[in-house]
Design a protein around this ligand. Sequence first.
Ligand code: ITT
Length: 195
Amino acid sequence: MKDIVFATNNEHKLAELRQIMGQMFHVLSLADIGCHEDIPENEPTIEGNARAKAQYVVEHYGYDCFSDDTGLEIDALGGEPGVHSARYGGVAHDSERNIDKVLRLMDGMPMEQRTAHFRTAICLMMDGDTHLFEGRVDGHILTERHGKGGFGYDSIFRPCEGDGRTFAQMTGEEKNAISHRGRAVARLVAYLLKR
Ligand code: ITT
């Protein structure tokens, strides 16, 4: 099985990736290659941040790799939290605070105004070339948390294509089948298998 490095520090993303790609590729984490630092993500777009993360690993560690940058874009909030999704509540990677802020800002809004989507940009840097793969899923932001699975904003996001459950109420397989990340990874895998 071929090794491939996934440039993430997010253990939930890594688990999802291994669930999707694990039969075909041996997915190595940053810890597996000895990278323990917080890679800077200062670009104004998720595509830019995905590229920055992959570039960092290529430059500092010399591995071909791919990265994932994801944002939750809420229409009524002008596309926020978007590229600021990880630290929307003020503290990096505190999902409870992030969710609290979204629910506060959307308090009292009717369901038809609560439309949102997740967008994932995957950046693959391989043999000196750069490739971007995108995935998107549309849905609604609920008024309170539902479910204990998933991570990040999953407990308040109900995808349009599902059966009324949030991502946090689905199994990993169910989420991957329709999610932003699942779709972007499907494109990445199709490309890697064709090469
Ligand atoms: P890496 O940069 O190390 O990959 P990160 O957690 O910083 O990990 P992002 O910047 O891409 O990742 O993600 C921003 C935040 O968006 C993340 O911290 C989660 O709270 C949220 N998020 C990302 N993917 C998600 C998903 O599939 N479901 C729910 N929330 C998600």
